[in-house]
Design a protein around this ligand. Structure first.
Ligand code: BT5
Length: 290
């Protein structure tokens, strides 16, 4: 038996039918999150199948849906990753988008991705006792393999964000054997990690609770606490990495992240590069030079 929520007892395996319902989510939000801060999930939209919860979020955002609106789907026919990539979205996982309306400048929007990464990794680690970590900028890992990804999209003017759609995909009860070999080699699911299915509603309510907590911390205290927790959960800081960005491919040591969520890379010639977006791969078994 898997005992989610009680690390001392391990996990609780699930044999219940596993359908997400707005009523159950609402009840859990009321129980699990302090009413005063229960922003995330104040309006809930659930779909059996949708093209992409993020596309729906962009549409609802334009129509004025309030901050904290969540969109969930059992499957996505056009699940999206960054840069036009696909997010494979069969039944059994979590596909969540959240509409946010933070009063920050567009240049600070990457901090929302970091906030979501902290909330996602913390919910798996602290509440479910699953050893999750973060890979800059948007990956959630278990033992080095991708269990979740974050796609932050925004609708903004020159210096003002109208709204953000924060998309999070977490592989929960997916058999990773259904993934194409190249994706399977670098991915995992909770089921794959612990050897059995878990209750998605438990995973989801823990995620919503952490998102509510960390988003409120971000709004009230700024980026400081998020960056501190992000560093503690990071899997690639201090390691030698290959970073592919719009500026090309660079190799160096991932030193830190800055106040804008950029990755600070120290190249072999001693120069410092700050990367706004891209993909990072840790170079294994590499001795660091001073
Ligand atoms: C991401 O992009 O990791 C962002 C994923 C965001 C998905 C959520 S689901 C809810 C919301 N609605 C959406 O339409 N999207 C968001 P990126 O870093 O570009 O990674 C994409 C790459 O991950 C792909 O090119 C594959 O290599 C790999 N991949 C695809 N599906 C995967 C899966 N289910 N699990 C693990 N890796 C996957």
């Amino acid at each position: 038996m898997i005992n989610i929520g009680n690390p001392s007892k391990g996990y609780r395996l699930s044999s219940m039918p596993d359908i997400l319902s707005s009523k159950e989510i609402r009840d859990r939000i009321k129980k699990g999150i302090h009413r005063k801060t229960a922003l995330i999930g104040r309006e809930i939209h659930i779909f059996q199948e949708i093209d992409s919860t993020n596309l729906k979020g962009m549409d609802l955002g334009k129509r004025g849906s309030p901050e904290g609106t969540i969109i969930l789907a059992e499957t996505q026919s056009n699940g999206r990753g960054r840069l036009g990539r696909k997010w494979i979205s069969p039944e059994g996982n979590i596909y969540l988008s959240v509409i946010l309306r933070p009063e920050i400048s567009p240049s600070h929007a990457p901090l929302i991705t970091l906030m979501a990464a902290v909330a996602s990794a913390s919910s798996l680690k602290n509440n479910l006792n699953i050893p999750a970590s973060i890979k800059w900028p948007n990956d959630i890992l278990i033992e080095g393999k991708k269990v979740g990804g974050i796609l932050t999209e925004m609708n903004s003017g020159m210096d003002k964000i109208n709204f953000i759609v924060l998309g999070i995909g977490i592989n929960v009860n997916m058999d990773i054997s259904i993934l194409p070999p190249d994706v399977r080699a670098i991915s995992t699911s909770i089921k794959d990690t612990i050897g059995g299915s878990v209750s998605r509603i438990e995973v989801l309510s823990s995620l919503l609770k952490e998102l509510d907590k960390w988003y409120n911390i971000f709004i009230e205290n700024g980026s400081g606490p998020i960056l501190k927790e992000w560093r503690a959960l990071s899997s690639n800081l201090g390691k030698r990495v290959m970073a592919a960005s719009l500026n090309g491919v660079m190799e160096g040591v991932a030193m830190d992240i800055d106040d804008y969520g950029r990755l600070i890379l120290k190249l072999d010639n001693g120069s410092i590069e700050k990367i706004t977006s891209g993909d990072v791969t840790v170079i294994p078994n590499c001795k660091l030079q001073n």
